[in-house]
Design a protein around this ligand. Structure first.
Ligand SMILES: *Cc1c(COP(=O)(O)O)cnc(C)c1O
Length: 496
């Protein structure tokens, strides 16, 4: 049976390349494969492969309308010297767990794993579907995703990318990262408003039929790089398979031995990829879902009730400060027995009352998952203690996962070997990390902290951070919230 994609809300049948181009289905659902394919290469073989080779073996099973040449071409363009580790995703053992470092790409966080390949998947998809328009990626960002998307799309032929960020709503380092972005096809705009304003403005443009026609007339079409795109989910499955193969290769585990996986979770994309890997036959036992104080998912796994009606808490792991985990819809659909009607009614309750309740049968199917959360104090203590005990420094997001892993072991006494997804370099969150290690760092400025972090960890300052010190500002455009559309038209030089 050929694998294609259908919507979690019922709409039928598109190819992988069409799903990548569209992002979201027309009925508002997320694209899911008609079945989860089984790995068809034995682990002994995978254990001898490079990251790029494993990527091909995994992704070919999902991107069924890509030729071998097309897919290998995308993989080789994505996973190259932009990464500062030859393994692409190296693994470090510390204090009873294997940290899978997913932060060796251009913006030193895990979003690079998918966003470095998405532009190539998208331009290839466009060619396959005879789209001759230039693709314009439109993004609102609260800091990190916009930068990772720009780094991925910069100078990729046939694409342009426009990022809106709240002018006074991101950290100084995040702002510097964005306004120094290179690439003739990138455009960064600071808006006079908050992230929600940016997001709403972008959504409005996506939904505007007249604007779409105008773009069409001028040879453009909008697309989105957000984390519900199947072109972001599929590349994330790769590193779980690679991690398992590496453990076998290094004789840390026997082939077939089950492992656990811990994932610091926000939008539920990363852990869903681990779930897909498990369902492909990879010997993963529990999927441990780690939340920060925005613990909607912990409550969901413990009660079967998803309830976003609560205060939004700003934490030291901002990329996990999320109350609606969009990718959870793909899991809900699956545990509803692939029933789009059940899923659609739960999602409509979520957008209406901000809440839904799953049935006891659906809860039964969640046994693969374990959810817990870490408070701000526990997160800081975890960074501190791991550094004191081993010298290894982790970032705040990874620390949430590490703290939750300890709770899991206390709760279950499960001693299976465990991989923790390490989603950001500590250099990206140097202030929170360093003050967790020692309060004396509170008074230091940002770049001194970075040097000191390098000193105490013995890890060289990553290129992405080093370059920021001297990088010239290339983007100075600002606009009011009601000028977003006009700003886009002006930059694209669109004629009415
Ligand atoms: C995006 C992000 C996460 C959350 O990943 P999801 O796929 O949204 O669950 C965790 N850590 C970091 C550093 C991130 O950037």
């Amino acid at each position: 049976m050929e694998l294609i994609y259908k919507s979690t809300r019922g709409q039928e049948g598109v190819t992988a390349s069409q799903a990548i181009l569209k992002g979201l289905a027309d009925d508002g659902g997320l694209y899911v494969p008609t079945h989860i394919p089984a790995l068809d290469v034995p682990v002994e073989k995978l254990a001898q492969m490079t990251y790029q080779e494993v990527a091909y073996e995994v992704m070919k099973l999902y991107l069924t309308d890509f030729t071998e040449e097309e897919l290998k071409n995308c993989i080789n363009k994505a996973y190259d010297s932009k990464f500062d580790a030859q393994e692409i995703a190296p693994m470090v053992y510390a204090d009873g767990a294997y940290y899978l470092e997913l932060f060796h790409g251009a913006t030193i966080a895990f979003k690079d794993m998918a966003l470095s390949i998405l532009p190539h998947l998208m331009t290839t998809s466009a060619k396959k579907n005879y789209v001759d328009h230039e693709i314009v990626i439109l993004t609102a960002t609260s800091g990190d995703t916009g930068k990772a998307a720009m780094a991925g799309f910069a100078d990729v032929e046939g694409t342009k990318i426009i990022v809106f960020y709240p002018k006074d709503g991101v950290s100084p380092v995040q702002e510097k990262q964005m306004v120094t972005q290179k690439g003739k096809n990138t455009f960064v705009v600071g808006i006079h408003g908050n992230f929600d304003d940016a997001q709403t403005g972008v959504k409005k443009m996506f939904g505007d039929k007249a604007l779409a026609q105008l773009l069409d007339k001028n040879g453009y079409q909008f697309s989105s790089a957000n984390s519900i795109n199947i072109g972001r989910l599929v590349p994330q499955i790769v590193y779980y398979v690679y991690a398992y193969a590496m453990l076998v290769h290094n004789e840390e585990i026997k082939n077939g031995e089950k492992i656990n996986v811990v994932v610091p979770t926000g939008n539920f994309g990363n852990i869903l990829a681990a779930y897909y890997a498990k369902n492909m036959g990879l010997p993963i036992d529990r999927l441990i879902c780690a939340s920060n104080e925005n613990k909607v998912l912990y409550d969901f796994f413990t009660t079967g009730i998803y309830d976003r009606n609560r205060d939004f808490i700003l934490t030291s792991s901002p990329s996990m400060d999320i109350l609606i985990s969009s990718n959870l819809e793909r899991l809900i659909y699956k545990i509803a027995g692939d029933d789009p009607n059940v899923n659609a009614s739960l999602m409509s309750a979520l957008s209406g009352e901000g809440k839904y309740v799953i049935t006891p049968e659906m809860r039964e199917s969640l046994r693969d998952f374990y959810g817990n959360y870490a408070s701000e104090e526990e997160t800081a203590a975890t960074i501190h203690d791991l550094y004191e005990d081993t010298g290894y420094v982790i970032d705040t997001h990874t620390a949430v996962a590490s703290a939750v892993y300890k709770k899991y072991v206390d709760d279950t006494s499960d001693t299976k070997k465990t991989v923790i997804a390490s989603t950001a370099s500590p250099f990206k969150f140097a202030r929170s990390v360093m003050t967790a290690i020692d309060k004396k760092y509170e008074s230091m400025d940002d770049f001194d902290l970075i040097d000191e972090l390098s000193n105490i960890s013995g890890v060289p300052v990553p290129k992405a951070v080093e370059e920021l010190r001297t990088a010239p500002v290339l983007h100075t455009t600002q606009c009011d919230v009601d000028e977003m559309e006009a700003t886009v038209k002006k930059w694209l030089n669109i004629q009415e």
